[in-house]
Design a protein around this ligand. Structure first.
Ligand code: FES
Length: 310
């Protein structure tokens, strides 16, 4: 067979598609398919406008009613379009098939392939414009759906999650801003303290506990961190970030009221009970020439729940 003959003779698939056109089962249910096509096209265009309006409203931070209405409008247009398309434009059937042996031979496989492609051409071949609009509405919605990633994640926290306001030499002050002197707290007493100039800072809030009058070594390498029996631990629980507010002097333990995690203050605030997964970070202290408590540096590790571990 020459190349010319190939071009002149309609392919088997197209011939089958032509044959199927005369089969009443492959005709759409709509009496006036053009009208339904136009209606679907109109709904798709309305849906595109709704989704574009949703994107614009989201971008300018419009109120939630506007977001809800535009989102609902877009989906409603898409939904009604799909229903109309499926109900009135696709072949109305019914289609049934006799039960046959499960395994197909090569001829049956080829026949199925031709039939499948032929039906597809019949069902979708005339709807190119609607298919394009379907692609457009899906594309607009897909773009709008990425807006939360671009706008709602907030500013990059950079290194702020790894640092607090404590610095080398920061003066330890109370909630009222009063500097803490070495003789201010008796053994067994404790206070919530902050670095001077940052009273109220959530990440810097620290529990200052007087556990002894003598220096305490909570871990190897921390020989100078707790002068005159003063221990300082982050007040932010390492489980879910609750502020730790209870100190049990009898057991030398801190207790988080949220889920009852307990931390041994003489062992680097190691958790001894509850869901907290790691010790509270310890703040290294020193006593200056006037007897005021100061920080040697920031905490030895990030405070709060261990987000960087995951
Ligand atoms: S937040 Fe402290 S134990 Fe859960």
């Amino acid at each position: 067979m020459t190349q010319d003959q190939n071009q002149k003779e309609p392919s088997k698939t197209l011939k089958l598609a032509d044959d199927l056109k005369s089969d009443a089962r492959f005709l759409p249910l709509a009496k006036n398919p053009k009208l339904i096509e136009n209606l679907i096209a109109l709904l798709f265009i309305l849906g595109i406008l709704c989704f574009a309006a949703l994107g614009a409203a989201y971008w300018v931070n419009a109120n939630t009613q506007v977001l809800g209405l535009t989102l609902a409008g877009g989906f409603a247009c898409m939904g009604v379009s799909f229903v109309l398309w499926g109900r009135y434009l696709l072949p109305k059937g019914p289609f049934s098939e006799e039960r046959h042996p499960i395994a197909s031979n090569t001829q049956e496989f080829e026949a199925f392939k031709d039939s499948f492609i032929g039906r597809g051409k019949l069902a979708f071949g005339r709807r190119k414009f609607l298919v394009k609009l379907l692609g457009a509405i899906s594309g607009v919605f897909g773009i709008v759906a990425t807006f939360p990633l671009l706008r709602s994640l907030g500013p990059n926290p950079d290194a702020s999650l790894f640092r607090t306001e404590w610095r080398k030499g920061s003066l330890v002050v109370t909630f009222e801003g009063r500097p803490v002197k070495v003789d201010d707290i008796d053994v067994g007493g404790f206070l919530t303290v902050f670095p001077e100039g940052h009273v109220g800072s959530f990440v810097s809030q620290t529990l200052l506990i007087r556990a002894s009058t003598q220096p305490i070594v909570t871990r190897p390498g921390r020989e100078t961190w707790a002068p005159a029996g003063y221990l300082a631990y982050s007040k932010v629980c390492t489980h879910a970030g609750c502020p730790i507010s209870l100190y049990q002097q009898q057991f030398e333990q801190l207790l988080c009221p949220c889920h009852q995690s307990m931390f041994n203050i003489l062992d680097g605030a190691e958790p001894v009970f509850g869901p907290a997964p790691r010790p509270l970070p310890q703040l290294p202290l020193y006593i200056d020439d006037q007897g005021y408590l100061r920080a040697q540096s920031d905490y030895n590790e990030p405070i709060g729940p261990g987000f960087w571990d995951f």
